[in-house]
Design a protein around this ligand. Structure first.
Ligand SMILES: [Zn+2]
Length: 569
């Protein structure tokens, strides 16, 4: 019987946790660990000097079940929503091979999990790491693995690589800190074929979009996404979206949507998504489900009732949510309708330079600022031309510069635009939606390295925040339900069958945390803070976090959807 450990595990046992980038080291407080002693077999210690994969042939009894790693003595929340129970978990060759009493497991490496919660690794349905996950500095996705994430879904809000096969191959080549599942981004698809203008496709152009979608689904995309407030995703009429969705449907994929409006037009926008799902006969998933803006507060509950009705009639409809009352996108998308943003920054500047169109645009910006608490609700997250403004609200900048807020906004748009954090939601709405059993947890963030910008703290804290703050402290939902919302629920939404539960035979994507230490430490003022309390994270059986420290390992792989692979054309 041969028996192996991943190279990274060997390094960990030898005390050499990978730290690929200095910025990525987790705070020492987080990393301190006294309770989880690593118990190594004596014959193992002598072999630790070998830097790479290790083969051991110890003497074993015939009864013993062989394993690479045994997580012993933890409390298991299996992801199904079922109550927690005590169990040991054994991992072998990237798979969970045993759940139960581990006394007959003969493991190369035993990790004491007494006092710790063991659950499936978290699946982030809504992530924007499309670029970061293929770049050397960010592919370890440290701000996500330290939240307990083991899979992220990219291609969201209609934006990302269109050529799914080539994207997956890049990840195959270098690996990643976690697994990647990709959606066909309809906005980028449209841009590739039609450019970014407000134009209708010819028959030939529509055909080209459908062909590209067909190829992406055959290459393993899990569905399609739209970003219907963004240019040029927003220029697609419903019929065009249905045509693409039919291709996706033929491969059993899903339709995920950042809908046309999350303010007072919320119900109409949800209705459009439901129509696309009905017409193309595929599941509909509403991304970052919310009522945005005070005048729309409460509407999201009505939208939830609409979705309940659709679900009762047999239509698979779900949503996701991040556990914060602020959203984050570009300043342009926050203050201007997509018609004013057609053609991107260059054309927007032309319109601002043209006296005929300038006053109309400034009127729109002014009205949007008034609606956002006179600019107090909108904070600059990133704006390279003037870093002094980062972290401050439009109202605050206007006061200190002694200029109207509309002028500040115009200057930023002329300067290439900024990303902003927008305090737009009602806490009551957030809690109401969070308690619904078809609403998954998702971050809407991306892989980051600590920097001078002030991104939304969701990039660092989404999953621990929902568990520690909203579930345990505020009791909005049980801990088991909260874990389900980030494990088996997103897996079932995607129709992913090999992850999302602690179950024998499934992939060994596992997160181990200490409930008392679990905390999202990232705040709006100080967002570049890794969450605490996540002790161990395994991706395909390899530790990406050990004793609270990111290992820098890259065991993540592209997950290729294996729907019905017959051509739909
Ligand atoms: Zn979005």
């Amino acid at each position: 019987m041969k028996h192996s450990l991943p190279a990274v595990a060997v390094s960990i046992l030898a005390g050499q946790v990978h730290q690929t980038y200095a910025e990525e080291s987790v705070s020492s407080k987080n990393a301190e660990s006294t309770s989880e002693a690593i118990q190594m077999k004596p014959q193992f210690c002598v072999l630790l000097i070998f830097p790479v994969c290790l083969i051991v042939t110890p003497s074993r009894t015939s009864r013993a079940q062989e394993a690479d790693i045994l997580l012993r003595g933890g409390t298991v929340i299996d992801g199904s929503g079922k109550a927690a129970s005590a169990a040991d978990i054994a991992i072998r060759d990237r798979i969970i091979v045993h759940v139960g009493n581990g006394k007959d497991v003969d493991a190369a490496w035993t990790i004491d999990c007494e006092g710790l919660v063991i659950c499936p690794g978290f699946i982030d349905l809504h992530n924007h790491s499309d670029r970061q996950i293929v770049q050397p500095k960010t592919r370890a996705a440290v701000n996500y693995v330290t939240q307990g994430c083991t899979t992220i879904v990219t291609g969201n809000c209609g934006s990302g690589p269109v050529d799914t096969g080539a994207y997956y191959e890049k990840i195959d080549l270098h690996g990643a800190g976690l697994n990647i599942a990709h959606l066909i981004p309809q906005g980028s698809l449209r841009e590739r074929v039609l450019g970014s203008g407000n134009v209708e496709p010819t028959e030939k152009q529509l055909e080209e979009m459908l062909e590209l979608s067909e190829t992406a689904m055959q290459d393993g995309a899990w569905g399609m996404s739209t970003g219907l407030i963004y240019v040029p995703s927003s220029y697609a009429p419903t019929a065009e979206l249905i045509a693409i969705a039919r291709i996706v449907s033929a491969h059993n994929g899903i339709y995920a949507s950042h809908i046309r409006g999350e303010g007072t037009v919320l119900l109409k926008s949800v209705d459009e998504a439901l129509t696309i799902g009905r017409e193309a006969q595929l599941p509909v998933h509403i991304s970052h489900f919310k009522s945005s803006g005070r005048d729309a507060w409460g509407l999201v509950r009505e939208a939830a009732r609409m979705i309940d009705t659709a679900r009762k009639s047999g239509h698979a409809v779900t949503a996701d949510q991040y556990p914060y009352i602020a959203s984050s996108t570009s300043l342009g998308a926050t203050l201007l309708p997509s018609s004013a943003r057609a053609g991107g920054t260059k054309e927007l500047i032309e319109r601002l330079d043209n006296p005929d169109t300038r006053s109309r645009i400034r009127t729109m910006i002014s009205a949007a600022i008034v609606k956002r608490d006179n600019g107090r609700a909108v904070r600059i997250a990133r704006y390279n031309p003037n870093k002094k403004w980062v972290g401050r609200s439009l109202a605050d900048i206007a006061t200190s510069e002694d200029r109207p807020a509309v002028e500040i906004a115009e200057e930023i748009m002329r300067g290439g635009g900024a990303s902003v954090v927008n305090f737009s939601m009602s806490e009551d709405d957030v809690r109401h939606i969070m308690a619904i059993d078809w609403v998954a947890t998702a971050s809407d963030g991306r892989a980051y390295l600590p920097g001078s910008d002030r991104p939304h703290p969701r990039n660092y804290g989404t999953f621990p925040r929902k568990l520690a703050y909203y579930s345990v402290q505020e009791k909005v939902l049980t801990l088991e339900a909260a874990v389900r919302s980030m494990t088996s629920l997103p897996a079932s939404i995607l129709r992913m069958t090999d992850r999302g539960l602690i179950q024998e035979g499934l992939a060994a994507d596992i997160t181990v945390f200490h409930m008392d230490d679990l905390k999202d430490t990232a705040t709006f003022d100080n967002p570049h803070q890794y969450a605490t309390g996540i002790r161990h994270v395994f991706v395909n059986g390899t530790p990406v976090v050990h004793n609270g420290k990111a290992t820098g390992a890259l065991p993540g792989k592209p997950l290729r959807f294996d729907g019905r692979r017959t051509s739909s054309r």
